[in-house]
Design a protein around this ligand. Sequence first.
Ligand code: GLC
Length: 444
Amino acid sequence: MADYGKGDTKWFVHDRFGMFIHWGLYSMPARHEWIRNYECIPTEDYQIYFDLFNPDLFNPKEWAKAAHDAGMKYVVFTTKHHEGFCNWDTKFTDYKITNTPFGRDALREIVDAFRAEGIRIGLYYSLIDWHHPAFTVDCNHPLRNRPDRDKLNEGKDMKRYAQYMRDQVTELLTNYGKIDIMWFDFSYPVLPELAVWSKGHPERKSWDGKDHEDWESEKLVKLVRSLQPGIIIDNRLDLPGSGDIKTPEQFTSDEPLRNEDGSLAVWEGCHTFSGSWGYYRDELCWKSVKQCIDLLINHVSRNGNVLMNVGPTSRGYFDERAMHCLEGYAKWMKYNSRSIYGCTCAPEGIKEPVDCRYTYNPETNRLYLHLMNWPFKHIMLPGMAGKVRYAQFLHDGSQVLFRDNQKKEVNVALNATCAEGDLALELPVIKPNQEVPVIELFLK
Ligand code: GLC
């Protein structure tokens, strides 16, 4: 595999928890950030959102505070999404926030506000662009169903678009200080046998799907690495060897993700509170606070990060449903973040009890037992007999008593059967007032 350099992921695997922000013109129709694609909206009809965009309640200090309180240590903000609208004052297009009635460089203000809260900065940049005149109409494009599609593609040139991306990325990575993550999104190569428009016309490849050749990914990666050494690059450029992190979407894993050689992969699952990424007023499938917390624990227990998304409204604030979830995180993280930061999966061979997730801090040699479902009075930790020096609830530091069962016998004192080698924790009947209680185990 080619060597495209490496980003610094040390801080990333320590910090574990970030905020994704999807904000653009699509927050006005509020029916999904893919609305131009879903509803096949022509450029002229989409213009109304640009002409009226004016988030009068935009206050990124509030966003940054909400992220900070929730325990999030980095942010990834959409500088440009598939609609092509740019949230910063770019020199390379007029289709930018400073030309809307709002007139301010949102990116600048966001970067300043989040840095002031001690939060690292990541930039999402859409490879897809449904507004740029050189970007060919393809299977995802809003104009894909137009009968004059072939005509529309005349004179379009992905080379020009690839240069535009490099110009913009240069701007983003030069004018906004240190950037920790560059999050490109996304490639969709089409197998030749599935091609429709380019069959027999190899020069029309980009009319079906788009891949590293269209983005000129190699040049893009080299450019990014030269402008911001140490920056983390995601894995969506269709260029094997160029990604520092795997980025599965709305997915939870039973196992840690692995690299091809079997080693533990650095990975980040990105998730939404309600399903779509942009603000979607009428969406009803919002996750509960418990689900949000479970997600975070599950990812860290599988050596992963969570990038949790907020889609601010078109007036520029976080909707109360999003705030409810963020406040849920804040409440839990205030007392339990020690089981998240600096933690990874349990050492090889340690088996999780039913309904539980372990995380482990190798520096302190402490194992964290997350009880996703509250058991009755005891919980047996398989194979942990003789291995624990002390146990306490994490949220209040109160001792949790335990018995080691080194011999195979019925533990009369506990009135419970406990297999040889198990350790039995004695729990209060009433679940502590924590969404997910955590027990901190000081290992020997
Ligand atoms: C997808 C979608 C997009 C979203 C992204 C986040 O690829 O195209 O709307 O920005 O995932 O991971």
